[in-house]
Design a protein around this ligand. Structure first.
Ligand SMILES: Cc1cc2nc3c(=O)[nH]c(=O)nc-3n(C[C@H](O)[C@H](O)[C@H](O)COP(=O)(O)OP(=O)(O)OC[C@H]3O[C@@H](n4cnc5c(N)ncnc54)[C@H](O)[C@@H]3O)c2cc1C
Length: 491
């Protein structure tokens, strides 16, 4: 059946070659990549079409895209168009507090060794719309909106869908891929099978978004090329720039406790709290109190699951398989990297003489591809999940600590002085395609090397370079040297 009248139950196809559940960031990019390989793709999305109706884009207003995300976008020929709508963030701008109600002097901490290493802030809605437009323009992708996946029968691969009037229909699919986000329905169905497991760990912290609008002249009210952080120990405010001159602020605060969302229940409490903790942000935030009470308080989960596939006929990707907390700015980047690796698995399968034909009776080809993908990704997705939780402490607390600032400056110094030998964990995560697990291990070993060497120095240049080089060669080089993907970033 034609997919022309989308969003009504009559328009659904009876049978799909590849069915995707969820047209979010990962589902939309996946649709493009599969279409490029010649597959016919039908995407079922629970929400209305955000290009036609004004709806909230979901989990956060903007997000940071870095090297891994850009590499996947490049596979779809989308890197330049996406980056043209993004604002470069070249480092953290720290907003210290001298005392209650008194702001300290701003401190800029660069992210990379120079301005070429930056992360890119983009509106989630803009990115999602660009991806959906490109997917549809391939002529091989139909997106059906207001179609919520309610269940799946894996024996036939029959997907049960419900529209916004509660009308149900089903679609048979050769392959179903769940890109339906952290509360994935498809994952719930998979996990009913023997040997499948999901763990969900919820942070005791919530988040709330607020807005700093552009200035009267249309400019940015703060430094535009930075991610702004107000670190306050066990909570923080951050702000990411938007293309049109505004900033999206996010307050991360415990749900309960002496300083918590539970205490901010009326106008006076909110005003007091912001005035005391973020005095320089208060005059910039639009309708602070009204927005605070209007906007929802989000929660943050780490989801680890496995295996992600049922034979060769169903698979989970993106947040549906592995959701992480947002403190490394990597959730979407990691989901996009799933797609690069899937694309690699497909290509390697072809290069080894395999076929991508789909045979529902014996889908051994696709089982091999999905097993391969899971084996390559699982350990790395678990690694970034753990690093993201760890990075929360770094952002809300350590960035204001002089020893930590010294350690970061020393890392930059080593990256420059020991050319190609030293890479920090942050730089491996954000500015390379090295497996996340390697970045995790590098972080642990770097701490072991640098903590004693930094103990008695006042400036990064005072570090004993010779001793550092010996230790780096002995302990870090073995981790980094066998990575072909790293050779370009280590050059
Ligand atoms: C506050 C915050 C800040 C973040 N910042 C960053 C950042 O800076 N950088 C970064 O890389 N990542 C960031 N992330 C993480 C990022 O948002 C996610 O990793 C990313 O959105 C995952 O994409 P996805 O397509 O897998 O899932 P989603 O974006 O959640 O998309 C899932 C889609 O599936 C649809 N859907 C859900 N259920 C069904 C169903 N039953 N049937 C049909 N459709 C369904 C949804 O409507 C949605 O369109 C942040 C997250 C949060 C919460």
């Amino acid at each position: 059946m034609s997919g022309e009248v989308k969003g009504s139950i009559e328009a659904l196809p009876e049978k799909a070659e590849v069915a995707l559940v969820g047209a979010g960031l990962v589902g939309s990019l996946l649709a493009i990549l599969l279409a490029k390989r010649g597959f016919q793709v039908d995407v079922f999305e629970r929400r209305p079409d955000m290009r036609k109706e004004t709806i909230s884009a979901g989990r956060s207003i903007n997000l940071a895209i870095s090297t891994r995300g850009i590499r996947a976008l490049a596979r779809a020929g989308m890197d330049a168009s996406v980056l043209s709508q993004a604002v470069q963030m070249r480092g953290r701008m720290i907003h210290p507090k001298l005392s209650d109600g008194v702001a300290g002097e701003l401190v800029f901490q660069p992210y990379g060794k120079d301005d070429s290493e930056c992360i890119n802030s983009i509106s989630r809605a803009t990115l999602n719309k660009l991806l959906m437009d490109r997917a549809e323009s391939t002529g091989k992708v139909n997106i059906y909106f207001k179609q919520k996946a309610e269940g799946i029968d894996f024996t036939e691969n029959r997907l049960v869908l419900e529209d916004d009037h509660g009308t149900r229909a089903s679609v048979l699919a050769d392959i179903v891929i769940g890109t339906d986000g952290s509360a994935s329905r498809l994952r719930d169905e998979m996990m009913k099978r023997q040997g499948y497991k999901t763990t969900v760990s919820r942070l005791d912290y919530g988040y709330k978004e607020l807005v700093i609008p552009p200035t009267a002249g249309g400019g940015f009210a703060m430094e535009r090329n930075a991610l702004h952080i107000w670190p306050r120990g066990n909570f923080m405010l951050i702000a990411l720039p938007n293309f049109e001159g505004s900033f999206t602020c996010t307050l991360f605060l415990p749900f309960e406790g002496p300083v918590s969302f539970a205490k901010l229940t009326d106008k006076a409490a909110v005003e007091d709290f912001f005035q005391k903790e973020f005095p320089d942000a208060v005059p910039l935030i639009e309708n602070l109190v009204e927005t605070f009470f209007e906007n929802p308080t989000g929660h943050m989960d780490t989801v680890k699951s496995g295996p992600w596939n049922v034979d060769g006929s169903a698979m989970l990707l993106g947040d549906a398989a592995h959701a992480i907390v947002p403190f490394y700015g990597q959730g979407a980047n990691c989901g996009f990297e799933d797609l690069t690796v899937l694309d690699d698995c497909l290509q390697e399968h072809l290069d080894q003489g395999g076929s991508l034909d789909i045979d529902r009776q014996n889908n051994a080809n696709w089982k091999k591809i999905f097993d391969d993908l899971y084996a390559r990704r699982k350990v790395n997705c678990d690694a970034i999940a753990d690093m993201a939780v760890e990075n929360f402490t770094e952002m809300r607390d350590k960035v204001a600590d002089p020893r930590f600032i010294m350690l970061k400056a020393v890392e930059k110094h080593l990256e420059k002085s020991l050319k190609g030998l030293y890479r920090s964990r942050y730089s491996l995560v954000s500015f390379s395609n090295a497996p996340y697990k390697v970045a995790l291990d590098v972080g642990v070993i770097s701490d072991e090397i640098l903590t004693p060497l930094c103990q008695s120095i006042e400036k990064p240049e005072e570090i004993d370079l010779k001793a550092a080089e010996v230790l780096v060669k002995e302990k870090l080089t073995p981790l980094l040297k066998d990575l072909p993907a790293l050779s370009e970033t280590l050059a």
